[in-house]
Design a protein around this ligand. Structure first.
Ligand code: ZN
Length: 321
């Protein structure tokens, strides 16, 4: 059962006679205020998504919802348990917290390492091969787009398989660090890994207890503090990466948001940027998003099935020039 909302107005001044219509109480809660944007809310179908996107070369912005069918839970989804995300300040400011974090990450990253792309990831590969999708900006750090075979992917929030030294900037592979952590903590990963129901968070964090004896590792080169090469709350996305993402949005004719509630500015800004450039924005997500006000069509649906259907019906765009 899909509940579908269509916003008829993308941007620009309200037209006479149209009144602001709150789409959904949840949406209002996200915005914190009633928007003055004029829009109409009607029910529609996947056909409206196809109509909005057909013939366009798409930039795609993906979030945690795309990976849930691969077994990585979306902690911001409508049915998710409440969870306070770790902040950068917590990580660098508290050694006990950091030890606890690395203990959980040491288990969690293996689980992410074993996950497989799902039909949504595969559909985006097919769409890229047909020239419909220009590239993907992902908020996920699980590398499942790359694993599926997508060629042009910007990992906006970093990647779980790399670790960076906050002092000297050296980047090492997560597997190399795993070997060092195994040596420092013999048997730890096997012991914890054998426990059933190790829950994985999108940032390769596994929810486990008993971490007080865990020994974290420092940079082998300079002794500095190591951190997963992941952008945490309280951190900013590196400027160069943001610029590449804007360029990808500019290169496309339309922006498709898949599986993100756009809770954080780091993703929302690209939605705003596309809408301000007059490009149609389509949102496919379970639950309302902070980007709905910028969208021509919002589809409340799962991404695996929706992207699969889009891959079957979206025509290849005409060659430009
Ligand atoms: Zn270092």
């Amino acid at each position: 059962m899909h509940r579908i909302r269509v916003h008829a107005e993308v941007s620009g001044p309200p037209r006479t006679g149209q009144r602001s219509t709150p789409a959904d109480p949840r949406e209002q809660a996200y915005r914190g205020e009633v928007s003055t944007d004029a829009r109409q809310v009607t029910t529609a179908s996947l056909g409206d998504v196809v109509d909005a996107l057909a013939g366009h070369r798409l930039t795609v912005l993906t979030g945690a919802g795309v990976s849930t069918d691969s077994g990585i839970p979306d902690y911001r989804g409508p049915d998710s348990p409440p969870r306070t995300p770790m902040t950068f300040q917590q990580f660098v400011g508290d050694e006990a917290f950091r030890r606890h974090y690395w203990a959980r990450n040491h288990v969690g990253w293996r689980h992410v390492n074993r996950t497989l792309p799902n039909k949504g990831h595969q559909a985006l590969v097919a769409l890229e091969q047909r020239g419909v999708v220009l590239g993907i900006i992902t908020q996920n750090v699980d590398l499942l787009h790359e694993a599926a075979g997508s060629r042009h992917v910007i990992d906006l929030h970093g990647r779980y398989d790399r670790v960076v030294c906050l002092e000297c900037g050296t980047v090492i592979g997560r597997r190399e660090l795993a070997d060092r952590l195994d040596a420092l903590n013999p048997g730890f990963a096997d012991e914890i890994g054998a426990v059933a129901d190790v829950e994985i968070a999108p940032d390769a964090d596994a929810v486990i207890e008993a971490t007080s004896h865990f020994v974290a590792a420092d940079c082998a080169r300079c002794g500095g503090m190591l951190k997963p090469d992941i952008v945490y709350f309280g951190e900013t996305v590196p400027r160069e990466r943001v610029e590449r993402a804007y360029a990808l949005v500019d290169a496309g004719d339309a922006l498709l948001v898949a599986g993100s509630s756009l809770t954080v500015q780091s993703g929302l800004r690209f939605v705003r940027h596309a809408a301000q450039a007059g490009k149609p924005v389509v949102v496919v997500n379970r639950g309302a998003t902070r980007g709905d006000r910028y969208a021509v069509v919002t589809l409340d649906a799962g991404t695996s099935e929706t992207l699969t259907e889009l891959a079957e019906v979206l025509p290849a765009p005409r060659a430009s020039g």
